[in-house]
Design a protein around this ligand. Sequence first.
Ligand SMILES: [Zn+2]
Length: 466
Amino acid sequence: MPTLVPDLVYRAGAFHPGLAVEVDAATGRITRLAPAAEVEAAAVTRLRDVALLPGFVNAHSHAFQRLIRGRTQWRPADDSASDFWSWREAMYHAALGMSPDDVYSVSRFCFLEMLRAGITTVGEFHYLHNDPAGRPYDDRAELARRVIAAARDVGIRISLLNVCYTTGAIGEALRHEQRRFGTPDVAEFVETAATLADDMDRDPLVTVGIAPHSVRAVPRDVIRALHDWSTRRRLPFHMHVSEQPAEVEACLAAYGRRPVEMLHDDGTLDERFTGIHATHITDDEVRMLARSGATVCACPTTERDLGDGILRAVDLVRAGGRIALGTDSQTVIDPLEDMRLVEYHERLQRLERVVITRAAVADRREPAPLLLDMATSVGARSLRLDAGALEGGMLADMVGVDLTHHTLAGWTPGTLASMITLSAPSDVISDVWVGGRHVVQDRQHAQQEEAMRGFIEVARALAGTA
Ligand SMILES: [Zn+2]
């Protein structure tokens, strides 16, 4: 592919003019960043009025949940509670009706929507395993393969996080509505995950990880065993953690420890560990997560929708912790919105402005560079990928921001990062490259209409049963 020369390149926390990005089409990686003046004009694609940034990494997604967008925004007539637990019942209903083809169609459209919002990698926390009756498919990884095919077809990079799910709550059998999620035979689950990892070994767009669903769905000894296994294979290890107070209480009652404390005691928190949500953690747990090198994946648009609570992002950052971002339930697919909510939720909570900052640059402390790291390099680290930065040797996953967009009018090199992260809609993203492939061009993806038709068909069928 030709060398790209945009107006600005985002690198090491700031925008720089005059840089060319050279990409090796064969490896899908950036060869080097060079002064634009040194690059031969014939081999160059000039990106006018474009700022190039690393592509966004969505570290936590359940693609099939795109199907229930809009379907849970109501409360029963008797005014009984609408919360995470009542939302979960609607999610179960959607999950139960989907055929493997439906899973493909919904995932494909969801991934396409992500690409258009600038997401170049998705960490897909995949827990739909069985057929609608709860029986395993002949190929235990049937639905995982459909999700991977959907990602590959639209050209998004995917880390398929195989989810282990064995109990309905701590010490309780799976409920009937959870029958599609169950992986009761842990040895078989591990074997399926290993086969999938081996099969995908040479696919440049696909990697695999392991994910005990939560302390609710996986017993303590199994979490430990899965962690040992993932350590031997050096795979990312993801898990929902402390999303709801009831989950913390159940963990305390069963194990005498809060979820993060328990994982800390068991040696599970480490550089490969990513805890999703962590919206209910103590000061001690903040320190445990930060010191262990673990990542916390915030999903602020989902946490806002579900009334989960607010991440203690300021405390985590001050303790040296790492925060990645995820779209989770797909209520909103907009990494810019997720970035800014981490900061804005804390402002509302603390009655203060400009709170998530680290080192000062030129007498200023700004949140924008940290928020961009969350959406790029920290997410890539959580999924063990060489992505999230525009540097030689890194995967050529990039987004182009349209500098002529009306919401960016008046930008300067000094204000652009703040405008993008704290004010702009995702519509400012006009172009997206994954592994050097130009998959979104001028806000269009080649499969847009066809993928949307496929999705609408599945959504209409679900409406008939809701
Ligand atoms: Zn989740």
